[in-house]
Write a protein that binds this ligand. Structure first.
Ligand code: NDP
Length: 246
C-alpha cells in the first residue's frame, strides 16, 4: 500500500499550477487534501473533480499573508479529516524585474507571500504536528535561489530565505517529530509569469518557459516522493528542472 494513502495533506497555492497538480496526484494516491488559495471558485472546482474521481478533498479560502487564514486551513484539515500529516507551503508570486525598477510594492508582495506566507504556515501547523507527535513540512522554493540570474534578485532572496528557514527548523527538530523538505523547481509550465508586471521581463520569462519548461505534474511527483517515504526518512532537498535548462 502507498505510504501516501490515508495521509491528510494541506496545500497552499492549490488553485493552479504545481499546487493543483500536487493535490490531484496525492488525492489520486489516497490522501485527503485540504486546498487553500484565494480563488475560491477554482478550489471548489478542483475539489469537486477530485471527489468525482473518488478522492477526498475540502477547501478553505486562504490568503497566506494572513496568519488567521493559515490557522483556518490547518484547522480545516483537523475538523474534516481528523489530523494534518503534511503541509505543502507552495503559494508564491514572482513580481520580478531589475532591482533598479525600485518596485518596492512588488518586493513587499514577494516577501509577504513567499516568506511570511511560509512562516504563517509553520506557526499554524507546528503545534498540531507536535501534538500528534509527527508532521511534514514541504515548501516550493526555486532553482532561482541556487543559480542567481538578473531580474530575479528579490524573488531569489525570498526563496533562499525559506531554504535557510527550513534548514534551521530541521536542526531544531531532531527529536523525530518533524520532517522538512525543500523542492527547488526550474522552469515549470504554470501561470506564475502572469504575476510579472514588467512587460519585457514577463515576455522574456514566457519565452524561456515556452522553450524549456516541465509540466507541474513532474514537480508533483517529486513532492509525492518526499511524502511517501517512511517517517524516519527525510528527503531534505530536491532540485528538479528541464533537462535543457542552463
Ligand atoms: P501559479 O501562478 O500557477 O500558482 C501560484 C499559486 O499561489 C496559485 O494557486 C495562487 O492562488 C497562489 N497564491 C498567490 N498568492 C497567494 C496568496 N497571497 N495567498 C494564497 N495563495 C496565493 O504558479 P506555480 O504553480 O508555478 O507556483 C507555485 C510555487 O512554485 C510558487 O511558490 C513559485 O514561486 C514556485 N516555483 C515556480 C516555478 C515555475 O517556473 N513555475 C519555478 C520555481 C518555483 P490564488 O491566486 O488563487 O491565491
Amino acid at each position: 500500500m502507498s505510504d501516501i494513502s490515508g495521509k491528510v495533506v494541506a496545500i497552499t497555492g492549490a488553485s493552479s499550477g504545481i499546487g493543483e497538480a500536487t493535490a490531484r496526484l496525492l488525492a489520486g494516491r489516497g490522501a485527503a487534501v485540504v486546498l487553500g488559495a484565494r480563488r475560491t471558485e477554482r478550489l471548489e472546482e478542483l475539489a469537486e473533480s477530485i471527489r468525482a474521481s473518488g478522492g477526498r478533498a475540502a477547501t478553505r479560502t486562504t490568503d497566506v499573508t494572513r496568519p488567521a487564514d493559515l490557522e483556518r486551513l490547518v484547522a480545516g484539515a483537523v475538523d474534516e479529516f481528523g489530523r494534518l500529516d503534511v503541509l505543502v507551503s507552495n503559494a508564491g508570486i514572482a513580481t520580478i524585474g531589475p532591482v533598479s525598477d525600485l518596485d518596492t510594492e512588488g518586493w513587499s508582495a514577494m516577501i509577504d507571500v513567499n516568506l511570511r506566507g511560509v512562516l504563517h504556515g509553520i506557526a499554524a501547523a507546528l503545534p498540531v504536528f507536535r501534538r500528534q507527535g509527527r508532521g511534514h513540512l514541504v515548501t516550493t522554493v526555486s532553482t532561482a535561489g541556487l543559480k542567481i540570474v538578473p531580474h530575479q534578485a528579490v524573488y531569489a532572496a525570498t526563496k533562499n530565505a525559506v531554504r535557510t528557514l527550513l534548514e534551521g527548523l530541521r536542526q531544531e527538530s531532531t527529536d523525530g517529530v518533524l520532517r522538512t523538505t525543500s523542492i527547488s523547481p526550474g522552469y515549470v509550465r504554470t501561470e506564475l509569469a502572469d504575476s510579472i508586471d514588467n512587460p519585457e521581463v514577463r515576455a522574456k520569462i514566457r519565452r524561456s518557459m515556452a522553450e524549456s519548461a516541465i509540466a507541474p505534474e513532474a514537480v508533483a511527483r517529486a513532492i509525492a516522493f518526499a511524502v511517501e517515504q517512511p517517517h524516519d526518512v527525510e528527503i531534505g532537498e530536491i532540485t528538479i528542472r528541464p533537462t535543457t535548462q542552463g
